[in-house]
Design a protein around this ligand. Sequence first.
Ligand code: NAP
Ligand code: SF4
Length: 660
Amino acid sequence: MTGYPTLLSPLDLGFTTLRNRVVMGSMHTGLEDSPRDTGKLAEYFAERSRGGVGLIVTGGYAPNRTGWLKPFASKMTTRAEAARHREVTAAVHEGGGKIAMQLLHAGRYAYHPLSVSASSIKAPINPFRPRALSSRGVRALIDDFARSAELARQAGYDGVEIMGSEGYLINQFLAPRTNKRTDEWGGSPENRRRLAVEVVRRTRAAVGADFIIVYRLSMAELVPDGQTWDEIVTLGQEVEAAGATIINTGIGWHEARVPTIVTSVPRAAFTSITAAFRPHVSIPVVTSNRINMPQVAEEVLTRGDADLVSMARPFLADPDWVRKAAEDRADEINTCIACNQACLDHIFVNKKASCMVNPRAARETELVLLPARRAKRVAVVGAGPAGLSAAVTLGSRGHAVDLFEAASEIGGQFDIARRIPGKEEFAETIRYYTRQLALTGVKVHLGRRAGAEDLAEYDEVVLATGVRPRVPSIPGIDHPSVLSYVDVVRHGAPVGARVAIIGAGGIGVDVAEFLTHAPGPWAAEWGVGADGSLGVPAPVASPREVYLVQRKEGPIGNTLGKTTGWVHRAALKAKGVHRISGAAYVRIDDEGLHIEVGGEARVLAVDTVVVCAGQESSRELVEELAGAGRAPHVIGGADVAAELDAKRAIDQGTRLAARI
Ligand code: NAP
Ligand code: SF4
């Protein structure tokens, strides 16, 4: 008996049975796009199948060339393509899981000039204007979907998922926002639904009765002129009648200005929408979005919100998620913290996805962790993300590791991040490492600033001593009103009602959110109704007046991640944060912060100035050891402070530890 009896119970689909209620949702990694990567893709999925996932859904494959996400992206259109997939499906089946291929036509989200849509209306997030499909073109497209599904079956897949949400082509036909047609594929709701329903009907006819068809249905559009709730429900009923086996939940178009998956979205924030939909159909329904731990998944299912739970990014973070849940070892799960830094932010700049907290994700054949050939005594200095990843990886390979940390707790910069409202998930990574340190036998020495003399006896020394906040040379920087972000966020130093923040990088923006935060319901802040409808955002007013200042010209926050930056910028705007670019710092005194902007002098009459001006490496020990003729390994912020991020730190720590 496990702590998650519903989540781990099998689901009988009549012609086949899923071993549990866990779906690994579709997530494009970039390994789909080149035949050269088929072996890597097979191992990536195989690890998750061995880890216990019930049903895996692949990244999106286009049913024809116009549906490519980008030029020469993944598609399923020929027997030769299908044959290559046998390696993938066989590897998954060997692990005991099942796998469905997602069929996705990008429509007007296609990043190439061949793109098509219901009508010739450009998406706000894509420079390419689509061509409106002719009526014959729509019929040919339906044939293409059915043919791709047939090929997927030949390739050994257990099913397909038809992508009907997130604003892709089928969704573009469904919504009046993008469908202005006057033929049988547009106009009335029934006509707009015709493509979706016909794709399912023809796919069922092509693949036979004993093949899974998941239809991913947009249950909340979160854009103006989307489908109404009644239309969404009717679509679900028609899709069921047309032959779908399972309905999956899609939340929000990619162009929606409501966050749906970033870390500040509360866990399981949208499952109530699946719950409202579920009674209207009789086939199993999957829910999704910001579910990352077994307890949350179990609660969602026992509450009756859905029959299955889909998680995509949590399986990048931990391939053994299900096995750990089944063995009541949830505290060992490497939790997805919804940062997007190494997954979606990579995909949007055409890089292969991985995971910030698990650099092995989608690198399974390359970053292999073998037992050490000779166990060594290794000292790791610094228990931030770099030091922690190095220490646990070394320990897992059989080395005897001592971890020294000057602070009274582990975590480094993550211990600061977890205190920012909306970034509480970072605490999960600290919990994960705490458990892994114990499991891998790493001896942890907290409150211990290691010196060269402490490190003399070790075979190898890894320095991950991190960074310290940069103190800019501004006259008055030692004025009593000046605090560093560490004082404010970690040590809770009192902050006045009017505040200026020097530096608007990732930490400056975080501090602005920290200082303007006031508790309130998340959905109301973003204007999301209980049924997923879009209303007027009602943010809770900030308790402080905050100025966020940078020297460079251009908008504040444009160095932040592609998929998360806009959420932070919108949050700052909603809280009335004054954003000042192109500033020169003149001095700080009793009047406040004196700056010059465009040649004009200004005084920001504030009570507190918080410095977030980047970091400098802490390298004293590096120099000390070098002086003693030692050659330590230097990683993380101690190696390079500029543009340090945890993704680089964890990757560097893991890769070094894999080599020692
Ligand atoms: P950062 O992103 O490099 O920003 C430091 C800021 O300080 C810059 O915006 C810079 O802007 C300013 N600055 C630099 N030298 C200065 C000086 N001498 N005097 C005054 N201002 C100066 O560093 P961070 O904010 O400390 O963040 C550290 C890392 O963590 C970054 O890689 C960041 O991306 C990551 N992080 C990301 C997030 C997120 O994505 N939400 C959150 C936290 C941290 P000007 O030179 O224009 O003034
Ligand atoms: Fe989750 Fe961040 Fe890893 Fe993406 S990079 S899977 S969001 S932890």
